[in-house]
Design a binder for this molecule. Structure first.
Ligand SMILES: *Cc1c(COP(=O)(O)O)cnc(C)c1O
Length: 424
């Protein structure tokens, strides 16, 4: 299938090119020329996650991957479950944090890594990315051990939790990590400078594993199908399903809208944000007016200019989906009281999922609400323990890396130094 640039419509590329390139001209996002409606959704729902995902993804990758290649990629990428957990009569959570780095970003990062390895075809490339936590871990684990791919991850020294740091700095092999004396913004600026340096980019085959990459979004479509499949297995009469998506850059919501456009029976979506409420204000007033980003306890959603919003807007304006998105902002106090409320229902939640659960509050009686559990509560151990007033156990993935040695090198926020390092 062809993908076109939402800003410069005449730029059209293959799936492989869109994955390798990331962004189009003028920073435009790639979008599929067609989102095929599937006519066999009931049949698909009866399949396993891996088997079904091959069917869901096949039309998008046609021309670049054979069915067998796609099946191999999906099998390697989705080697952990997405799991529906009932919370109450009308509410369930879709747990997306059973992958190697305990966050939903594992789905997209692993699928992207497998695709990229296929498309670069033995040619050496360097993935350069800056992280303030979750993305770095997902990218590091997804690419770890893949031949001919060197991964360099920059992060602000001393500004992320030790456990977070250990999740991506202890792997070694093709994963190199650099602790920058500076802020997350300094790290991002260094990445941008590297991409702007065409000679450097060419020399080391520079690529980003950015969250706007179309492969990451397409992978995420698959777990909406899995959620509905599990819900229908529990109750075949179930209708009027509402998904509440804790949203930062709105990639997760975009994937949900793709699933609906393909014919998955979803009634509507609630895009739940924290105090960074550009989208709920936009839907209420029609005015796009980002404010300065504020820090919250659901920090993976501390985004005031969400980079996937143009895709959502396009789908709504072009009628690819009907008017099915509302958006609600949840403040810090509500987030913490919701964590306590969920704990009373027997469920330990971290702040992002709590924001999404709270945002389901206005569902109608006949609607069944599913909120997305985007991270394991242990990834936000400090705030979960202090809010709930009880200790929580570390899952194996975190306990294992806690004792490992950090392999990072230290560097000043200085481009010349980074450039020399990358060329060595
Ligand atoms: C990245 C992230 C989000 C936000 O997802 P988007 O696709 O950027 O909207 C929500 N929760 C957690 C835990 C995350 O890591």
């Amino acid at each position: 299938m062809k993908f076109y640039n939402l800003k410069e419509n005449e730029e059209q590329v293959s799936f492989a090119q869109a994955v390798k390139q990331g962004l189009g001209k003028n920073q435009g996002l790639f979008f599929p020329e067609d989102i095929p409606a599937l006519d066999n959704v009931d049949e698909l729902l009866a399949m396993s996650l891996v088997e079904r995902s091959v069917h869901v993804l096949a039309p998008f990758v046609a021309g670049d991957l054979t069915k067998d290649e796609l099946a191999e990629i999906v099998t390697n990428a989705f080697n952990f479950p997405a799991q529906i957990q009932p919370i109450s009569e009308q509410r369930s959570v879709l747990e997306l944090f059973h992958g190697p780095t305990l966050a939903f970003k594992d789905f997209g990062a692993r699928f992207m890594a497998q695709c990229l390895q296929k498309f670069t075809n033995g040619q050496k490339i360097t993935i350069l990315t800056a992280t303030s936590g979750d993305t770095g871990a997902a990218v590091a684990h997804a690419f770890h051990g893949l031949e001919n791919i060197r991964v360099v991850i920059l992060y602000p020294k001393g500004k992320i939790s030790l456990l977070q740091e250990k999740m991506f700095t202890t792997l070694g092999g093709n994963i190199e990590t650099i602790a920058i004396e500076g802020s997350f913004d300094d790290c991002q600026a260094l990445v941008k400078q590297s991409f702007d340096d065409k000679e450097l980019a060419q020399a080391i085959g520079l690529n980003s594993a950015n969250s706007i990459n179309i492969s990451r979004l397409l992978a995420q479509v698959c777990y909406y199908f899995e959620a509905v499949a599990q819900l229908k297995r529990q109750n075949s009469q179930l209708d009027d399903i509402v998904f509440s998506v804790p949203s930062g850059n709105f990639g997760n919501l975009t994937a949900g809208l793709f699933a609906k456009a393909m014919g998955l029976p979803i009634k509507r979506f609630v895009a739940a944000t924290n105090a960074n409420d550009t989208v709920p204000r936009y839907l209420a007033t029609g005015e796009w007016a980002p404010k300065a980003t504020v820090a919250t306890i659901s920090n993976a959603m501390d985004v005031s200019n969400p980079n996937n919003w143009p895709r959502v807007e396009h789908m709504l304006k072009a009628g690819i989906v009907d008017e099915c998105v509302s958006s609600i902002s949840v403040d810090e106090e509500q987030t913490q009281s919701t964590m306590l409320q969920l704990n009373k229902l027997g469920y330990i939640s971290e702040p992002h999922a709590a924001v999404a659960y709270k945002a389901l509050g206005h569902c109608e009686d006949n609607e069944f609400g599913v909120f997305l559990g985007t991270a394991h509560p242990a990834k936000f151990k400090d705030v979960v323990e202090s809010t709930l007033g009880q200790p929580i156990a570390l899952p194996k993935e975190l306990a294992d890396c806690a004792g490992e040695k950090i392999l990072s090198v230290d560097m000043n926020a200085d481009f010349a130094g980074l450039r020399a390092y990358l060329l060595k």
